[in-house]
Design a protein around this ligand. Sequence first.
Ligand code: SF4
Length: 233
Amino acid sequence: MSSINELTTLQAEIRTCRRCLEEGYWIAPGPVLSGGPAARVMLIGQAPGITEAQVKRPFNAGSGRRLFQWLGQAGWDETDFRARAYMTAVTKCYPGRSNSGQGDRVATPFEQALCRPWLEQELKLIEPRLLILVGGLAIKLLYPPAARLNEIIGTAAYFPLEALNDPLNFDLSQATIVTSEQGVLTGHSPAGRYIVPLPHPSGASLWPNKPENKGLIDQALGLLAHIRTVNEL
Ligand code: SF4
């Protein structure tokens, strides 16, 4: 089966998935993802919000405005990015509001585990050259739970080609940490994979608004711009 057929089949299976409901978790059924097999950039968010679930479009609303302002700073036009990149999430269905009423519910580790096989199959089919992890749940795919945003935002992890024999390799010890644009240029095969973390762009998240953190986001976007240019992404 060609990769386009495999991906089409996979996406059709994902879109009918109701695993979380069947296990007793409240979610709005209807997973949200987008993109085709030619994508070289993959963006993984945490979970869709209510408007994303309604229109089945990742990062459709407020968070998307800030995300695409950031990606624009790195040189991507939103329409072009949406057309060429693969956009998915750690959990792909809207999880509802949190009990506190402050923002959306964070999917439980069990729900994340239920959804993980879908993400792994997407990664195997897309094999992205650049993976952008947006928000805490996505960042934890690679970084230890105790990692602090101000230690990792503004850096990239580079996995050489040999580390990607396993396309699901999230072993940080096998990556080189890049902290400057010069680090992107020197000796990195375009066949490797960069992974770049970004904070959650939700207006409810205070972290991006702190002056000391804006510089780290600028640094991350500078790295992304450089990776995009060097690898023609
Ligand atoms: S969040 Fe993932 S595992 Fe849960 S129902 Fe949606 S697609 Fe299925």
